[in-house]
Design a protein around this ligand. Sequence first.
Ligand code: 5GP
Length: 126
Amino acid sequence: MAYAYDDTNIFARILRGEIPNNTVLETGHTLAFRDIAPQAPDHVLVIPKGAYVNFDHFSNAASEAEIVDFYRTAGKVCAMLGIEPGMGGAGYRAITNAGENGVQEVPHYHLHILAGRNLGRMLNRA
Ligand code: 5GP
C-alpha cells in the first residue's frame, strides 16, 4: 500500500507560490517558514519540497539528499533563532504530528520548531 498525497493541501499551495509565507530559510529541497497561528514566540514549520504526507512517509521514501537537507535546514533554523541550548539559547521543542491520533491538520510532512517560552510538559494526560 502506498501513501496518497493530496496536492491541494495548504503547504503544497505555499510551495507552488499560490499562498504567501513568511520564509525563514529555503534550500533546494526544504522550506522553513513561520506558522500562521504561532503557539510560542518562535513557531517555525520546516517542510520538504517533495510530496510526503508525514514523518514515516518522508523517512521511508525520501532520498538521502532530501533527508540530509531537511535536517540540516532544521538545525540551521535553530541556529538562526538562537535557541540552541548548548550554544547559550534557552531551548526549544521539535515535534511532528501524524494522522488521526497525532492530530495532524495539514497532510504534508512538517516539523514544528517551537521556542521563546517554557513549553511545559510534552503531553497532557488526557
Ligand atoms: P499540524 O496540526 O498539521 O501538525 O500543524 C499544521 C500547522 O500549520 C498549524 O500549526 C497551523 O497553524 C499551520 N498552518 C495552517 N495553515 C497555514 C498557512 O496557510 N500558513 C502557515 N504559515 N501556517 C499554516
